[in-house]
Design a protein around this ligand. Structure first.
Ligand code: S3P
Length: 420
């Protein structure tokens, strides 16, 4: 049991913004300078794919420079583009490659090869893309660049990856491309586009971009990743005697569902806005609190999609029954996260079950130590390790190395803050 988490912590740069900064930098002409980029393996995957397409990317003293020569400068890669474990790399790159003058094959690890790619290939094909998926559904993905035309696409899912793939392809298409979605998903692509000189506009849930315009390099600042900060928000809430300040965390309203949910549960987080360039950011000051159960509605899910595992751990320590509704999208993440979260909580002595697409967690449970596999899923590994701060015995995660995907310094931070 932890004695409480104290002090200050800077979490890694936002993964979603980092991917997009590299990709748009590669599509633009001239230099793009990026401060605070994520150093996780997922962003490395995007970085390596772009290098294989002859984009020059260098890093010096924490600043990354992308030398773009415009989307016409991308060339047929000599080898297969490896997206590793990263759904964002594969899906966003599909949009870029579909409209470039080249041939490319995109592949990924075992987990990525199981994830659905038709949701991106279908709208891209409507734009004129030539894309071949394994069994019509998954990676490896083969793309022969083609002349694209703009479309008006109503996405059936609130997925920022699908939306972004179509908008990136829209940059290379003739005419305008619009994407609307049932609920607003993270809007980092839309926020970055005008910074590169793209012509675009928002109308409610619909976003439109003008194609066939040249983009120009930009100067970007990436705040800390709220999805990484979430682990410490919950850890400090659950460990008695905590007072922890998380520095410069991105608080884009499409990402702050975890703060709303935690507040409803009785969490004590002060949001101290920072006046820094780039997306909205704040220091988050969190103190321990006693939690009560809450319901998460299906409409809230896109705003906290990656935080469901750690929020489920919070629910296991809260008084009452929490219901997370409409989690079907979680089945398509780095693992079937819906089944995996319930299994993890149960293995630790918690009470959790899946009913249809809902996750039901009853608390408070006394958690016990256990040896649990994360199945290679970084967010499950971090959830299990945070559970170890409040469990009665040690929680061991043999495949904890997978935290490298989004948060390479997680184990060091855990050692430093763990307090036991
Ligand atoms: C992401 C979008 C979300 C999220 C993922 C990152 C992005 O996925 O779960 O970790 O950067 O666009 P979906 O778009 O599939 O919901």
């Amino acid at each position: 049991m932890s004695r409480g988490l104290k002090g200050e912590l800077q979490v890694p740069g936002d993964k979603s913004i980092s991917h997009r900064a590299l990709i748009l930098g590669a599509m633009a002409e001239g230099h793009t300078f990026i401060d605070g980029i994520s150093e996780g393996e997922d962003v490395r995957s995007t970085w390596r794919c772009l290098q294989s397409l002859r984009v020059r990317i260098t890093a010096e003293a924490g600043r990354v420079t992308v030398k773009g020569s415009g989307w016409r400068g991308l060339i047929t890669p000599k080898r297969v583009l490896d997206a590793g474990n990263s759904g964002t790399t594969m899906r966003l790159m599909m949009g870029v490659l579909a409209g470039s003058d080249l041939y490319a094959k995109l592949d990924g690890d075992e987990s990525l090869r199981r994830r659905p790619m038709a949701r991106v290939a279908e709208p891209l094909r409507r734009m004129g893309a030539d894309i071949d998926l394994k069994g019509g559904k998954t990676a490896p993905v083969r793309i022969r660049g083609a002349a694209l035309k703009g479309i008006d696409f109503a996405s059936p899912v609130a997925s920022a990856q699908v939306k972004s793939a179509v908008l990136l392809a829209g940059l290379l298409a003739t005419g305008e491309t619009s994407v609307s979605e049932p609920v607003l998903s993270r809007d980092h692509t839309e926020r970055l586009l005008p910074m590169f000189g793209a012509k675009c506009r928002r109308d409610g849930l619909k976003f439109t971009v003008q194609g066939a315009l040249n983009l120009a390099g930009a100067r970007l600042f990436v705040p800390g990743d709220i999805s990484s900060a979430a682990f410490w928000l919950i850890a400090a809430t659950l460990a008695p005697g905590s007072e922890l300040k998380l520095l410069n965390v991105g608080v884009n309203p499409t990402r702050t569902g975890v703060l709303d949910a935690l507040k409803r549960m009785g969490g004590r987080v002060e949001v101290l806005p920072r006046d820094l360039p780039g997306e909205p950011s704040a220091d988050l000051l969190v103190r321990s609190a006693k939690l009560a159960a809450t319901d998460i509605s299906a409409g809230e899910v896109p705003g906290l999609i990656d935080e469901v595992p750690i929020l489920a751990l919070a629910a296991s320590q809260a008084e009452g029954v929490s219901r997370f509704k409409g989690l079907s999208e979680l089945r398509h993440k780095e693992s079937d996260r819906l089944a995996a979260i319930a299994a993890l909580l149960k293995a630790l002595g918690g009470s959790a079950k899946v009913e249809g697409d809902d996750l039901i967690v009853k608390g408070p449970s006394k958690l016990k130590g256990a040896k649990v596999s994360a199945g290679g899923d970084h967010r499950l590994a971090m959830t299990a390790l945070i559970a170890g701060l409040v469990s009665e015995g040690a929680v061991k995660v043999p495949d904890a190395d997978c935290v490298e995907i989004s948060y390479p310094s997680f184990l060091d931070d855990l050692k430093r803050l763990g307090g036991s």
